[in-house]
Design a protein around this ligand. Structure first.
Ligand SMILES: N[C@@H](CCC(=O)NCCCC(=O)O)C(=O)O
Length: 252
């Protein structure tokens, strides 16, 4: 049998200060290829170039990657402020309807960081623009300097719902993860079930309640060294199992 195909949602980057490209981090590509065994395909987050239905026909599942620009607050009924920083309206326009359609059509999806935030907004939730400004919250951003190893180093524990989906995947109720984000969930969306929190209460792991297929997301970055990390590996393996099952049964 052929391998499942995973669409990796891309991000816009500007090369040589002027040329826009759509790209996906090599860590995402390697996590998919090495741990799930699927074929990674980069999906341009450009709504005039791709359509939800065609993407679902072409791929067995999707990875909603991290990305620096924040989801525009108009999607959850708030005004943009300086604290929100940069946006990527094109990615919003591809990701939000694609997440909803995948949940409805039982297409496996995994969200990472910005992807985690997109899951929440797609189901009516809202975000804080900068969680480190909230009383009692930690700074969840990566260190501004240092090597990639230092930026993606483990930073804090996540406490998981005992017996929940994540705790079952990891075989324990507490895991150690990295942290590279400024935003965080404010109001969980209607079908968003939070299953993991950082020590300061920030939501970090979720699944879409009532989803007929695999629909999970994390605020941290499991793609980093996924094949050797004791938390990332089982997470991507669980995603891989869902993709293989969908691939075997076809689009039904
Ligand atoms: N903008 C959001 C999401 C942060 C995030 O996804 N960071 C990873 C960036 C990786 C990359 O640049 O590709 C926030 O700040 O919370």
């Amino acid at each position: 049998m052929s391998r499942p195909v995973i669409g990796i949602i891309g991000n816009v980057h500007i090369i040589n200060d002027e040329y826009p490209v759509q790209a996906a981090g090599v860590s995402n590509i390697e996590a998919i290829a090495q741990v799930t065994g699927a074929t990674p395909l980069i999906v341009p987050a450009l709504p005039h170039a791709v359509g939800v239905s065609d993407l679902i026909d072409a791929c067995d599942g999707f990875l909603f990657t991290g990305g620096r620009p924040n989801v525009h607050p108009k999607h959850y009924g708030e005004d943009a402020t300086e604290a929100h920083g940069a946006f990527d309206l094109d990615r919003d326009a591809v990701a939000l309807p694609l997440i909803r359609a995948c949940v409805e059509r039982k297409v496996p999806i995994l969200g990472i960081c910005r992807g985690f935030q997109e899951f929440n907004v797609a189901f009516g939730g809202s975000l804080y623009p900068e969680i480190r400004d909230l009383p009692g919250r930690m700074n969840h951003r990566m260190p501004p300097d240092g090597t990639l190893e230092e930026k993606f180093a483990h930073r804090h524990v996540i406490t998981l719902t005992p017996g929940g989906r994540f705790a079952r995947i990891f075989g324990r109720d507490e895991v150690l993860v990295n942290s590279l984000h400024g935003q965080g969930i404010k109001r969980p969306g209607e079908r968003i079930e939070i299953e993991g929190h950082a020590p300061d209460g920030t939501p970090e792991a979720l699944h879409v309640a009532g989803a007929p297929g695999y629909a999970m997301a994390v605020q941290w970055h499991p793609e980093w060294r996924a094949h050797e990390d004791p938390v990332s590996r089982p997470l991507f393996e669980s995603f891989g199992a869902a993709l293989t099952a969908r691939h075997a049964r076809g689009a039904a």
